[in-house]
Design a protein around this ligand. Structure first.
Ligand SMILES: *Cc1c(COP(=O)(O)O)cnc(C)c1O
Length: 225
């Protein structure tokens, strides 16, 4: 009982902070979507967030998302599930079947697998391209310099409309620099939305134009490791 109240309060607190950060930058609170990141969270916390009214959730693995959401999906027609973790091409079909938004498109092989899965299933999740703004070797995402060409291929060869860009800044650098870079890349390349900012830095991201923020621990509490 206490726990579901905690989640309801934490969510309200985050929504207030989102609203304040937006207004401080001349934006409306509605212009920023809270994506509650439910990866590695127990089912009762997910249900508490749903009971509190949360409808947009982020997951970073296809299989875990199927376990979390397989049965809840039908009970909440207005649910929106977003994939925010790396996607292997051989999971593209499962991802297309489950997710409403895929935020981690970052290579042509995956584009091809998604195109096939979308054509076969008739489902069309909205798409974001992940950009590796810090050019970190271990991190997914296209390099900033490769973004224009990649977007051209996605638009022309795969007939994809790209809704937004997504980034995960390097932990040891000021996130704001990366958020500003992502915003600049979006503007230069005619992409409308920006998925950026997490529990520790979502207000900075909103100041730099985030249209969605991905908040996990600040809503749900500490995750299982
Ligand atoms: C886990 C995760 C988040 C949420 O992180 P918190 O620090 O718990 O808010 C956001 N984005 C991505 C891509 C993640 O994997």
């Amino acid at each position: 009982m206490t726990e579901s109240l905690d989640i309801e309060n934490a969510r309200q607190d985050i929504l207030s902070r989102i609203g304040r950060a937006a207004q401080e930058h001349g934006r409306t609170p509605e212009s920023v979507t809270l994506v509650a990141v439910s990866k590695r969270q127990p089912q009762d916390r997910i249900e508490a967030a749903l009971a509190a009214g949360q409808r947009v959730f982020g997951e970073n693995r296809v299989q875990e998302a199927q376990q979390h959401w397989g049965e809840l999906r039908d009970a909440y027609p207005d649910l929106e599930l977003r994939l925010i973790g790396p996607l292997q091409s051989n999971k593209a079909r499962d991802a297309v079947a489950l997710f409403d938004v895929i935020e981690t498109l970052d290579r042509e092989k995956l584009a091809k697998a998604l195109r096939t899965a979308m054509d076969e299933t008739g489902r069309a999740p909205r798409l974001y391209v992940q950009v590796n703004t810090g050019a970190e070797p271990q991190k997914s995402g296209v390099l900033p310099r490769d973004l224009p060409e990649f977007l051209k291929v996605l638009r022309e060869a795969y007939a994809f409309e790209i809704e937004g860009l997504m980034c995960i800044p390097p932990v040891e650098e000021p996130a704001g620099l990366h958020f500003a870079l992502l915003a600049k890349l979006a503007q230069e390349n005619g992409v409308e939305r920006l998925s950026m900012g997490m529990s520790s830095d979502f207000e900075i991201a909103i100041g730099l134009g985030a249209s969605s923020v991905r908040v996990g621990t600040a809503v749900f509490g500490t995750r299982a490791s």
